[in-house]
Each structure stands twice: as structure tokens, then as C-alpha cells.
Write a protein that binds this ligand. Structure first.
Ligand SMILES: Cc1cc2nc3c(=O)[nH]c(=O)nc-3n(C[C@H](O)[C@H](O)[C@H](O)COP(=O)(O)OP(=O)(O)OC[C@H]3O[C@@H](n4cnc5c(N)ncnc54)[C@H](O)[C@@H]3O)c2cc1C
Length: 330
């Protein structure tokens, strides 16, 4: 990134270079916008070797998808890609925004710390698009990370097919475990739901699961066990091992928006960033897209598709803002 790049105002600063951010970025540079993507290179799916369900790329390594997306984005002259962790997004006051050439008096200063030897990034941008994905917290079993992304997965739609007819575990302590169990039963009828002693499956739900052959195990878990790279079971605190070769775990997800500091942003009960149907958050001029918005984690192709959709709305918002018209049907 040159000093000139750093100083010239940006149309949209995109925080996050996953499928949502890259797809939005591509649409926006193709709309002749100057776009800076800041990416900290910590995608959630880095635990997995193959991604599934992206039309024309089924089975491709997820990092390969990102590399191709970045190459396509960077082939446009108005693109800037900064390897940086965004630390701060602060609104400009109206005078500063107008002085930066932003006709509707809305703008932001975005600061990031360079990673992997890259310089720090600082931009003045007319709009901000948060596409930072989610961070995830797995249950605290010592060996769970060793099997996550290979034997244990979080996305049923992404990895269910490969688990067809296998003895599976579903580990989860949240209220959506029942619905997930039903979804997984499409792939295997040999399923044990482990609640790790949390009261998340109600007795009526347990009866419904039993009716389709799914057992609920409420005893607390000690660890995941295996031989070399292969998962072989779930060990309970009382020492019993329930043989399982893989399955699904429901992590807890967090929306990483610390860079907003004291700027209040509306969130839902799960902590995800709430937007209107155009993708704008409760902060005027700040949009959000991808896994970070409700309903939460989905799939690569959905993140990419919603990135393209929100980019179109954002572009129209900027066109209308320049003309001084409102946001009707943008
Ligand atoms: C183990 C696993 C396997 C999966 N397998 C599949 C699959 O097979 N098929 C499928 O369709 N989906 C799969 N998914 C889901 C898929 O990865 C997500 O739905 C998708 O990546 C979401 O895209 P996103 O752009 O919203 O977020 P992400 O892909 O998570 O990208 C967000 C980016 O923002 C960056 N970022 C975060 N904070 C900052 C910051 N402050 N500054 C700068 N950058 C920041 C992160 O480093 C990251 O690069 C899987 C997920 C996991 C966890």
C-alpha cells in the first residue's frame, strides 16, 4: 500500500476478507468505487481442509477460495487489500466528512494494525461494511481441537453428507440442539445427543428424538477420545466411553466488533449484529454482512451471495446520498 493509497478517501472500507467481504468488495470495485478490504487472516473455517456446497467449487480447500477471491478483487485498479487487524472505526464529524469529499456529510476513520510484516492501515471512508465473521468458542474438552474440522464439525449443511450412516455425536449446550439433532438425523439414525449436563433438551423434545431413534445423553463430558487422527468416542466424567466416529459440535459464537469501541451497535439475543433489510446497522453508514449478522453462521455461498446483495444496496445508498435523496427502495 502506497502513502497515496493511504491518504486518498475511500468509498467503502470493508472489514474482513472472507467470502462476504470479498464478494461485496468485488461488486463495489466493479461499480467504480474505491474499496479497501482490511483482513486479519483468521477465518473460522481454517480448521477444515475441504469446503462443500459452493457451486463450481465443491470440495475446494476454503483457503483456495479466499485466494481466488482476493486475486479477482485485486485485479481492479480501485481495490486496496490490507493485511491488517482493524482496531478502530470512528465517525468523522460532518465538517470533516464534507472536507474529505463525502457529499452527504457521513464518513469514518478506520485504523488497523498491519500483520505478517504489512504496514499499518489508515483510511478515511464514506461507508464501512463489517464482514468480520464470527469467533467461536468450543466446549473446553482438552482434545476437541484435535478433531475439529476433520471428525467433528459445526455446520451440518456443510459436512453432513460425508457423515452418512456413521455413528455420530452431537455436542451442544444451547437451545437449538433439538433442531440440529433433527437435521442430522437426515444423515444418520445412529446419533447420540450430548448435552454435557446442560438443561437444553426438554423432556418432550427428548421423547420426540427417541421416537426417531436418537438418544439424549445428559451426563457431563470429560473429553473426546481417539487413536491417532481418528476419533473413536466421547468419554464421560464417570469414565464410560460412548463409541462415536465423529459428528457435530455447537460452538458459542461471538461477533468481533471491538473496533467500534463505545459506538453502540444493535445486537440480537445471540450477540449478532442486527441490520435492516438493506444490510445497514443501527449506526448510519455502517453496514454488516455474512456470518456476523442473524441468523448467524451459514455457508460460504450464502456469505458470498449476501455480500453481493448488500454491496448493491450500499452503492445505491451512496448514489442517493450524493444527490441528497432519501433511502427509499435503495
Ligand atoms: C470448521 C468449519 C468448516 C466449514 N465448512 C464449510 C463448508 O464446507 N462449506 C460452506 O459453505 N461453509 C463452511 N463453513 C462456514 C463458512 O466458513 C462461513 O459461513 C463463511 O466463511 C462466512 O463468511 P464470512 O465472510 O462472513 O466470514 P469469514 O469467512 O469468517 O471471514 C471473516 C474474515 O474477517 C476477518 N476479520 C475479523 N475481524 C477482523 C478485524 N478486526 N479486522 C480485519 N479483519 C477481521 C477474519 O480474519 C476473516 O478473514 C465452515 C465453517 C467452519 C468453522
Amino acid at each position: 500500500m502506497t502513502a497515496e493509497d493511504r491518504e486518498a478517501p475511500i468509498g467503502v472500507a470493508v472489514i474482513g476478507g472472507g467470502p462476504a467481504g470479498l464478494s461485496a468488495g468485488l461488486q463495489l470495485v466493479r461499480a467504480n468505487r474505491r474499496v479497501a478490504i482490511l483482513d486479519s487472516n483468521r477465518p473460522r473455517h481454517s480448521a477444515t481442509l475441504r469446503s462443500h456446497g459452493f457451486l463450481t467449487r465443491d470440495g475446494a480447500p476454503p483457503l483456495e477460495l479466499r485466494r481466488l477471491g482476493r486475486e479477482e478483487f485485486e485485479s481492479y485498479p480501485t481495490s486496496i487489500y490490507a493485511q491488517a487487524v482493524t482496531r478502530e472505526v470512528a465517525p468523522l464529524d460532518r465538517g470533516e466528512a464534507l472536507a474529505a469529499g463525502f457529499p452527504d456529510g457521513i464518513g469514518f476513520r478506520v485504523r488497523g494494525t498491519g500483520i505478517r510484516g504489512s504496514t499499518d492501515a489508515e483510511f478515511v471512508a464514506r461507508r464501512v461494511l463489517i464482514a468480520a465473521g464470527l469467533t467461536e468458542e468450543l466446549p473446553p474438552f482438552p482434545m476437541i481441537r484435535a478433531y475439529y474440522g476433520t471428525a467433528l464439525h459445526s455446520c451440518v449443511e456443510c459436512d453432513g453428507f460425508e457423515k452418512t450412516d456413521k455413528p455420530l455425536a452431537l455436542i451442544g449446550e444451547t437451545s437449538d440442539v433439538f433442531a440440529r439433532a433433527l437435521l442430522i438425523s437426515r444423515f444418520s439414525s445412529d446419533l447420540v445427543v450430548f448435552t454435557n449436563a446442560a438443561a437444553t433438551v426438554t423432556p418432550p423434545q427428548e421423547r420426540q428424538l427417541a421416537a426417531v431413534g436418537i438418544r439424549v445423553e445428559r451426563r457431563p463430558i470429560d473429553d473426546i477420545v481417539g487413536e491417532r487422527a481418528e476419533m473413536t468416542g466421547v468419554r464421560l466424567v464417570d469414565g464410560e466411553v460412548i463409541p462415536r466416529v465423529g459428528g457435530f459440535v455447537r460452538p458459542r459464537w461471538h461477533a468481533p466488533v471491538e473496533f467500534l469501541g463505545d459506538l453502540g451497535i444493535d445486537r440480537d439475543d445471540w450477540g449478532l449484529v442486527v441490520t435492516d433489510d438493506r444490510g445497514e446497522t443501527s449506526i448510519r453508514g455502517v453496514y454488516a454482512v455474512g456470518d456476523i449478522v442473524p441468523p448467524g453462521p451459514q455457508q460460504l455461498i450464502i456469505a458470498a451471495g449476501s455480500g453481493a446483495r448488500v454491496a448493491a444496496k450500499l452503492n445505491m445508498d451512496m448514489i442517493r446520498g450524493a444527490l441528497g435523496v432519501g433511502l427509499i427502495d435503495a
